[in-house]
Design a protein around this ligand. Structure first.
Ligand code: 26W
Length: 841
């Protein structure tokens, strides 16, 4: 039966026209770039509304107006996007492919308005139309395609690479559901799905014609090819389609727009009509459901892998699509893959995309006919690996049983890579079989599994940590054998944040003050220029202006929290902020002990109320749904807040606020309003932190341990402008070695005892000891992250904070110096380091 089609045979939708006249390559009309007039913008907006949304202004919904505005703004980026692609194709240079399972992008409209310099024009144009642009910006649902630090870092990095005009392609997964939405019921975290695409997204461009087929399961068979060489063929048992969705990554006012290509999974075969006609509707669409499940939802854990098969499917799916896409769709057809390392470096964002290593080997050996050694020589120059954690449990290992079943050919290739690698180890360390077992990519215990961090390290040209201390601990504790074998392979690139979103966009008032003071806006793309503010720390008038900016940001936050959560922010309070994922090593429990110690002190009379600096402690934190103790901690924080906020004995001098669903959008409102930034993880546990950088650059002072990037922040801002406390990493190791007994601190410290006893008594939990018990028992009998050991030092540091805050002018001086001296923490600088030390692109 002739397949159904129209009269002429279906053209290959991917075929690129050849006969098109070059003069028509790009619309030659005026490239749409500002300055555009307000009226001009109004017209464009209205035509988008009328012809894009098909509505008149008077009939239009907020969502219509938002989509029309978004399309109007994005059209100013389209020309630059095409131009960038054109320029890159015309003179191809080495590219960076950023492989990340997560991108925490945040809202796009504001960033698009900023990068096109259209903010004020759009504001006036919307005003002309009787629309408040803030309402439209609030309409956008942020793409929450990440958990926390790692995902947001990827977003900051691609922003910097576009602003620095580095040829880059970001590859990832277009999850249909992003990070769950958090709400509280009786103080407990409740998760709801995040259907962020429900109202459509004007920022994505589907390209089904560039779909890629990805295989799973099945088996492999060896056969000899025409030259008699052994060849392996993998016959997958099932296939899915990977459809790319393109997102613009605009550079800052430089006419550059890079691409983020996120893959969405679809059934290879549509639904099965025969089975459907047989009435078995469920089975007819089963293949579809199973396929779509692959990119259905983001895994909400940010430390302990669940080791689920679907997670590995997700990782292989986007990696296979990305490698195929680059080699088959981006490289010219006649490209000699021997030269691949000259054209691309694949940056592995943690271990999540490491299956890319055996996938490239499979493509080169099985599909492109390279022999093993040639292929390995190429592969070894194409990857670099960034590790983002120090927690052993966060390092992914995949059971060979599961990997072999899902990706039989890849397991074979990993075994071969391991054999060759261990031969190298034996050569370097003859007779040291214990070392060989320690370094093997295949772990024998507790079950035979593939250590993805080891595979990454063996294949990568460079391995880096994300802060100086972290990179040192990576060499000394996490991968010591590899650092001994390949010392030159290990390096450090300290994290950074994009000043576009987290200063220029989130803190317009501070940005205005800085631009006025420096007499230029250059700092937005050259953050070291902030140094120019140092002398102004001694300028009383400037300090006053600085305080007014902070006060205005507090006022804005108060309006947001009022409207969003019905929470009242006391604007004359010291705003003490702890916002990050909920994890024991980050020690939200220590912050809670501080709050309760103040409350208990006033109740017991130990602490005269007037000695309590009016302070609001603001928490923001999601817990991985399966992380029981983290969820208990959230519940306890909310219970303590409910009691402390309502207890007249505190006379409103101490408040605890915990707005739900902390995300990028809320961060942009909270960070500019903060006075104190809580970075209190146990030394040696936080790889870097990036919130710490955002707070310092927005004029908050840090109270923190010598952990992650805190160390470098303190070194740059100076000890006088940083509230350091707690055990250092070597002291932690020493205490762990000598044996840490948390209860001994309870016995010796009456304030700590009174504090823990009050919590344990059920005072905050309507008398029920139970719900407080989980947290208290853990601290008293385990406390793996030594909160009790650092309690006294932390309280002493908080006393220093109270003292310093009493002198508002001195505080502003310290805050200004933090801003002035933290230009180093721009993600532009991080990218320069990657380019110099790792990518050489
Ligand atoms: C498989 C489960 C899983 C998922 C995500 C394990 C580990 C992760 C991430 C690596 C966790 C993460 O986000 N790490 C954070 O990365 C930031 C960016 O480098 C650092 O600043 C933080 O210190 C680090 O905790």
């Amino acid at each position: 039966m002739r397949p159904f089609s129209d009269e002429r045979p279906a053209a290959d939708p991917n075929r690129r026209g050849s006969a098109f006249p070059a003069s028509h390559e790009l619309a030659t009309g005026p490239v749409k770039s500002p300055p555009v007039t307000v009226d001009g913008f109004v017209q464009e907006f209205l035509s988008e509304l009328n012809y894009g949304q098909g509505v008149k202004l008077s009939q239009s919904t907020i969502n219509d107006q938002y989509l029309a505005l978004a399309r109007t703004v994005r059209s100013y980026l389209m020309a630059a996007w095409l131009e960038t692609g054109h320029r890159r194709r015309k003179n191809p240079t080495k590219m960076v492919a950023y492989l990340s399972a997560e991108y925490l992008l945040g809202r796009q409209l504001g960033n698009a308005l900023l990068s096109t310099n259209l903010i004020s024009i759009a504001e006036q144009a919307m005003h002309e139309c009787g629309i408040d642009i803030a309402e439209l910006r609030a309409q956008e649902i942020e793409p929450g395609l990440g958990n926390g630090g790692l995902g947001r870092l990827a977003a900051c990095f691609v922003d910097s690479l576009a602003t620095m005009d580095v040829p880059t392609i970001g590859y990832g997964i277009r999850y249909e559901y992003g990070i769950f939405r958090q709400s509280f019921e009786d103080g407990r975290q409740v998760e709801q799905p995040d259907p962020w695409l429900r109202l459509g997204s004007p920022w994505e461009f589907p390209h089904p014609e560039r779909a890629v087929t990805v295989g799973f399961g099945g088996q492999t068979e060896e056969s000899a090819d025409e030259e008699g060489r052994n060849r392996c063929r993998w016959t997958p048992e099932r296939q899915v389609r990977g459809v790319p969705y393109h997102y613009m990554v605009p550079g800052y006012r430089n006419g550059v727009v890079n691409t983020l290509r996120l893959w969405s999974a679809e059934a290879h075969e549509g639904f099965d009509l025969q089975v459907f006609n047989s009435g078995d509707y469920a089975r007819a669409t089963q293949a579809q459901t199973v396929a779509e499940n692959i990119s259905k939802v983001l895994y909400p854990d940010d430390s302990t892998p669940q080791g689920k098969e679907l997670r590995l499917q997700q990782q292989y799916f986007f990696v296979a699509c990305s490698l195929h896409d680059f080699i088959e769709n981006t490289l010219p057809g006649d490209f000699d893959l021997q030269n691949l390392p000259k054209r691309i470096i694949f940056q592995l964002n943690d271990t999540h995309p490491v299956i890319a290593v055996p996938e490239l080997m499979r493509l080169l050996v099985d599909e492109k006919g390279f022999d093993w050694d040639e292929a390995w020589a190429i592969t070894q120059q194409c990857f670099a690996y960034t590790c983002h954690t120090l927690l052993p449990e966060a390092l992914e290992v995949w059971p060979v049983e599961l990997l072999g079943r899902l990706l039989p050919r890849h397991l074979e290739i990993i075994y071969r890579i391991n054999d060759d690698f261990l031969a190298q180890v034996r050569e370097a360390f003859p007779g040291d079989e214990w070392r060989v077992r320690r370094m093997s990519i295949i772990a024998e215990h507790p079950q035979r599994s593939v250590r993805m961090a080891f595979l990454a390290t063996v294949a990568a040209v460079k391995v880096n940590g994300v802060a100086a201390l972290h990179s040192q601990l990576l060499r000394d504790n996490v991968l010591p054998d590899f650092a001994e074998l390949w010392p030159e392979k290990f390096t450090n690139v300290t994290n950074g944040i994009t000043p576009r979103r987290f200063v220029r966009l989130a803190n317009r008032r501070l940005s205005g003050l800085v631009t006025e003071a420096l007499g230029t806006e250059e700092w937005v793309t050259d953050l070291d220029l902030l140094r120019g503010l140092e002398p102004l720390a001694d300028d009383a008038a400037f300090r006053e202006q600085f305080r007014q900016v902070k006060a205005a940001n507090k006022n804005r936050l108060a309006l947001v929290l009022e409207g969003r959560d019905g929470l009242v922010l006391e604007q004359d309070h010291l705003i003490d902020v702890m916002v990050k994922r909920l994890h024991e090593y980050k020690r939200q429990s220590l912050k809670l002990l501080h709050v309760v110690s103040l409350y208990e002190g006033v109740r017991s009379g130990r602490l005269p109320i007037e000695r309590v600096t009016p302070r609001t402690v603001l928490f923001g934190a999601k817990a991985a749904p399966g992380y029981h103790l983290a969820k208990e901690t959230i519940a306890l924080i909310n219970h303590v807040a409910a009691v402390v906020n309502e207890d007249p004995i505190m006379q409103g001098r101490l408040k605890v606020l915990f707005p739900a669903n902390y995300n990028v959008n809320l961060a942009e409102k909270i960070i500019p309003a903060a006075d104190l930034s809580e970075q209190i993880s146990l030394a040696g546990k936080e790889a870097s932190g990036t919130g710490n950088m955002k707070f310092a650059l927005n004029g908050a002072l840090t109270i923190g341990t010598d952990d992650g990037a805190n160390v470098e922040i303190r070194q740059l801002v100076g000890d006088d402008n940083f509230f350091l406390f707690g055990l250092s990493e070597p002291e932690v190791e020493a205490l762990r070695k000598e044996g840490y007994v948390p209860s001994s601190y309870y016995e010796q410290d009456p304030v700590l005892r009174a504090t823990l006893d009050l919590i344990g008594s059920g005072h905050f939990t309507n008398g029920s000891r139970h719900s407080a018990a989980a947290v208290v028992d853990n601290l008293l009998h385990h406390d793996p992250f030594m909160a009790l050991a650092d309690f006294q030092a932390y309280l002493a540091a908080q006393d220093r904070v109270d003292e310093a805050y009493a002198d508002q002018d001195a505080w502003s001086r310290m805050a200004i110096l933090n801003v002035a001296r933290c230009g180093f923490f721009s993600s532009d600088r991080s990218m320069r380091d990657y380019l110099d030390k790792i990518w050489h692109a």
